[in-house]
Design a protein around this ligand. Sequence first.
Ligand code: DP6
Length: 335
Amino acid sequence: MSISKAITKQRVIEHYLPATVIPVADSTDTLFAPSNIALCKYWGKRDAELNLPINSSLSISLAHLGSRTKISVCDSDQVWLNGSQIAANDKFAAKVIAFVDLFRRGADHCVKVETENNIPTAAGLASSASGFAALMLAVDRFYGLNLEPQVLSAFARMGSGSASRSLYEGFVEWQMGIREDGMDSVALPLDCRWDDLRIGLVKVSTAEKAVDSRSGMNRTVETAHLYQSWPLQAATDLERLHRAISDKNFTQLGETAEQNALSMHATMIASWPPLLYWQPDSVAAMQTIWQARADGVEVYFTMDAGPNIKLLFTADAEAAVKQRFPDLEVVAPFA
Ligand code: DP6
């Protein structure tokens, strides 16, 4: 496809849509998308308008934890979250309506967007990935677009990069792509199950972060010299994760994910002004994990742009891990 100069989300999307969209009369289905946690992180963009990443990433989806979204026709634009209507001037509502507008393009109807997140807010997990993925699925259904999975992934990515991976269950790779319009920057599921793999959610804080991941990654790319080494780290880790998954080598999976997360955080700490999402309790949790490993319990962690810790372990270690983290919320991603 050829899209001329100044590529915008709107121009990329328009290319795939009919001239006008009309709501499908009976499209009141609720669509679900799972939340996901990256084992090899997406950190840094080559294009901020389209959320095109500097590196490929690999995640695991959180099964039943995620977002459910329904769109219906209404006499005014409304956004509802977990049963409550959100003020139209709220940042969240504005983002949701702006995303719908990319598809509506001025067509003469208003929408009611209803979203339920069942991600435990106590775990402080970001919901933008599952939120934009579920919203994309709901838009597709509402306008009867029947877009291909890869197109859905590319469009969800324009809402939030990590949403590209939330269209699938299990292990998912988001390939960075090289095209200017980003239509090859899409996620694909890996054909592999790992039934006894477990994810543990350790709550450190649920307070809203002072710097969100979008601004955090921009600041890192712009100011941290250390960021130069990130693309190579990510490429190496991606390879190692692929091997670990196909060999079911949990040690390699855990070590790689933990080192990848700490490398990403090293680039944040090296930016200016410095970005440190860790709190004393995050460091205490890391020390508990390292002590558990020294005691023979195989548990690793990963962290995103926030203070909360996500544990990786296998079913046989669950009791020992819970002993050290009594409030742990455990997810079986392939259940
Ligand atoms: C640290 O997908 O939230 O969680 O594309 O700007 O919306 P935007 O960023 P977002 O960033 C996620 C960053 C991360 C790593 C990851 O999920 O891969």
